[in-house]
Design a binder for this molecule. Structure first.
Ligand SMILES: Nc1nc2c(c(=O)[nH]1)N[C@H]1C(S)=C(S)[C@@H](COP(=O)(O)O)O[C@H]1N2
Ligand SMILES: [Mo]
Length: 429
């Protein structure tokens, strides 16, 4: 079953596709010079054909080490294995959005390179009329999606483990997972087709309750155990509310590392919900499970049942300074401290700053009053430090629901949802 089939020639009419194709051509030239690269990033399943697409400045060695295609200059990123965290000073002087060149990357495996001409989005399962089987799905091509009514939204994507490193460095607790500071978050303008529209066109039934989008990246192996491809159930109610099948990020085709050709953008929810490189979506009339809503992305530890909390949904409220970590500032002159605050509960109403270790708090001046409540707000606070020496800067945000940031975060073994106030070190010279 195909939806709105078009021939490949029609693809060349699409500006977006042209852009990607030219990027791919450059990539092919560079890739042919880098021996072994195909093996390093071509380990994804054979389900989708793929053509190499590599940003101009990336070398084979870089890609081989991280599995990430875009350049990761050390002034913008901190590498954590297959992941790359944004340095917060990289947002200094930026507009509301996080440019793609500094947007964090969270890859369970490595970035697959997918040919949009052969890629298909496949929908199947008991939640669609006629219950199409996995091997006889309803299909949409890239051109089909580009031809459907589009929508644009501004939304943060944030890793559930953002801030995890502070469980250890600030609270002295051992947790497992990538020890991110606060840079596993970014806000972009996403354009694509509403998932609701595609589900309805595919024949969504009234009895459908869960969907299971699955990425085309390679199987994820956790300590020798193969868990299959990244896939995370999403309730149909959320899927119909505000979820996008995005093919553009900040006005350009999705970069390979952020899900090209198409990813889910699930506003306000844990980053894992925004499945990248989506290849198929199971639609079911019964609840669905995968390791990503059972053994991960729940809270485990003292105070939680053995099977963990309910699966995590919304992200919590946080604030960050657009300053280098443990950098220096000149004493005896006026500074304007800047930062951003965000929350999966909705708009941030207030951000307060403390420059005396949390004894006194002062309200920061907040911008972006009309910003989307799925993005963030920028703020600033003037400060004239006089004495040289080590110092800690604190920022505390409060969102529309009244949720705020405590001084310590409740421990959980996987280190999710670190929501406490972060103590940002600076040295005054
Ligand atoms: N297919 C696939 N989708 C994925 C992931 C992945 O490894 N594979 N990582 C998830 C996680 S844990 C996060 S936080 C976000 C990160 O999105 P980004 O890399 O575009 O910043 O993508 C999610 N989608
Ligand atoms: Mo994540």
């Amino acid at each position: 079953m195909r939806f709105g089939d078009r021939d490949d020639a029609a693809l060349t009419d699409e500006a977006a596709y042209e852009h990607v194709r030219s990027m791919t051509r450059r990539g092919v030239l560079r890739l042919s010079a880098g021996a072994g690269l195909g093996a390093a990033i071509g380990a994804a399943p054979a389900a989708a054909g793929r053509a190499p697409a590599v940003a101009a400045a990336t070398t084979a060695a870089d890609v081989a080490a991280t599995g990430i295609v875009k350049p990761l200059p050390p002034e913008l990123f901190i590498e954590h294995g297959t992941n790359a965290e944004m340095r917060w000073e990289a947002m200094s002087g930026q507009g509301h959005l996080t440019p793609a060149d500094r947007f964090f990357v969270r890859n369970h495996v490595s970035t697959p390179l997918i040919d949009p001409r052969t890629w298909r989005l496949k929908l199947w399962g008991t939640g669609l009329h006629g219950a199409p089987a996995e091997d006889r799905p309803v299909e949409f091509s890239y051109a089909d999606l580009l031809g459907l009514p589009s929508e644009t939204l501004t939304a943060a994507i944030e890793c559930t483990g953002n801030g995890r490193g502070f469980y250890t460095t600030q609270q002295g607790q051992q947790v497992s997972g990538t020890p991110w500071r606060l840079g596993a978050v970014g806000v972009a303008r996403w354009r694509g087709v509403r998932l609701a529209h595609v589900l309805r066109r595919a024949g969504l039934t009234r009895g459908a309750v869960d969907i299971l989008p699955r990425g085309l990246d390679a199987d994820y192996v956790d300590k020798g155990e193969n868990l299959g491809r990244v896939r995370r159930p999403l309730p149909v109610a959320k899927a119909l509310k505000d979820v996008l099948l995005a093919y553009e990020m900040n006005g350009a085709p999705l970069p390979p590392d952020h899900g090209f050709p198409v990813r889910l953008v699930v506003p306000s929810w844990v980053g894992i919900a925004s499945v990248k490189w989506v290849g198929d979506i199971q639609v079911a009339d019964e609840p669905l499970f995968s390791p990503w809503n059972t053994r991960y992305y729940r809270l485990f530890g003292p105070g939680y049942p053995p099977e963990g909390s309910a699966p995590l949904t919304r992200m919590n409220v946080k604030a960050a300074f657009e300053l280098p970590w443990d950098g220096t500032l000149q004493a005896g002159r006026r500074h304007v401290l800047k930062g951003r605050s965000w929350s999966g509960n909705g708009r941030v109403h207030r951000t307060e700053v403390s420059v005396d270790g949390g004894r006194s708090w002062h309200r920061a001046r907040q911008h972006d009053a009309h910003a989307a409540d799925t993005g963030w707000v920028r703020w600033e606070f003037p400060w004239r430090p006089d004495a040289p020496g080590r110092h800690e800067l604190l920022a505390r945000a409060t969102d529309v629901t009244g949720a705020s940031q405590p001084s310590t975060a409740a421990y959980n073994t996987l280190g999710y949802l670190f929501g406490a106030v972060v103590r940002h070190p600076v040295t005054l010279v």
